[in-house]
Design a protein around this ligand. Structure first.
Ligand code: NAD
Length: 281
């Protein structure tokens, strides 16, 4: 079984991006810039944002974190986003989720100009992705896609089953694999026989949030299994896939932690650089 090393893949991607930033600097005499808006003091968000800033600096991007207390007015955030939309030193804008209840998440997402939407959440980017046009793609499914392609460069005609239909993971994952000519089934909490669906899959991507939902006898021999789940449990951090069981049948499997997680941030940097390149053309 191939243990898919997300840390290594992310480190390789960052190295490639670092080289690309040097070339872009030579060509345009400036580097891509990432602006992250962080609202409130929630510990996980603080950690995510710190890691994003650290990784951005490592590859040579210009990055800034703009912090607000969780009492900040929605209008202040929208005004800041509009200013960043017009700032030519800013290539990418990210508002760290979740937001305090009084701030409308969809309004925030739609205020970010699509060309700087490094999370790929804007309806314009969602539409472009589903139409097969160039767009920013949400970072986690993009990371999963790159890991799958490392194992199997030709996905033509493969049967993929996505478990979970969130806008963040399941739906964009479906679009990415459709683009690669996979036959994709998207499953969710109302799916009748999830085990039977999974058993047909050459590729399974599990993004649910239920520890060890996907069992060993749900997986066809030699399937590629990507585990997006991050679940804090009494037994520690667990994915959505029963690792010990599935590792006995799968051809390749991502661990949790150390699988999809590290790729998410690396893909954010990739998206920022891609936004910069599109803005220069
Ligand atoms: P979500 O709650 O938005 O969506 C979960 C999906 O799972 C829903 O579509 C729901 O229909 C489906 N679902 C629920 N119960 C099910 C069941 N019994 N059978 C089949 N489908 C079922 O979750 P999300 O934001 O997509 O996150 C999913 C998981 O991925 C979480 O554990 C989250 O922490 C993790 N996550 C990891 C990363 C990363 O970087 N590794 C990034 C984002 C999210």
């Amino acid at each position: 079984m191939i243990l898919i090393d997300g840390k290594k893949a992310a480190s390789e991607l960052r190295e490639e991006l670092k080289k690309e930033v040097i070339l872009l600097k030579e060509k345009y005499n400036k580097v891509p810039g990432l602006s992250v808006i962080l609202i409130g003091e929630m510990a996980p968000s603080q950690i995510y944002v710190r890691n994003k800033e650290k990784s951005a600096n490592e590859v040579g991007l210009k990055s800034e974190v703009i912090k607000y207390p969780d009492t900040v007015e929605e209008e202040t955030i929208l005004k800041k986003i509009k200013d960043l939309n017009h700032d030519e030193n800013v290539s990418g804008i990210l508002v760290q989720l979740p937001l305090p209840k009084h701030i409308d998440k969809q309004k925030v997402i739609e205020t970010i100009i699509p060309s700087k939407d490094v999370d790929g959440f804007h309806p314009m980017n969602v539409g472009n992705l589903s139409s097969g046009y160039e767009s920013s793609v949400p970072c986690t499914p993009l990371g999963c896609y790159l890991l799958i392609k490392k194992i199997e460069p030709n996905l033509n005609g493969k049967k993929a089953v996505i478990v979970g239909r969130s806008n963040l993971n399941g739906k964009p994952m479906t679009q990415l694999l459709l683009k690669e000519n996979c036959t994709v089934t998207i499953t969710h909490s109302k799916t009748k026989d999830l085990k039977a669906e999974c058993l047909k899959a050459d590729i399974i991507v599990a993004a649910v949030g239920i520890p060890e939902l996907v069992k060993g006898d749900w997986v066809k021999k030699d399937a590629i299994v990507i585990d997006v789940g991050i679940n804090k449990t009494e037994r520690g951090l667990l994915g959505d896939v029963a690792f010990d069981e599935v590792s006995k049948v799968a051809k390749a499997l991502t661990p949790v932690p150390g699988g999809v997680g590290p790729m998410t941030i690396a893909c954010l940097l990739k998206n920022t650089i891609d936004c910069f390149k599109r803005s220069q053309n």
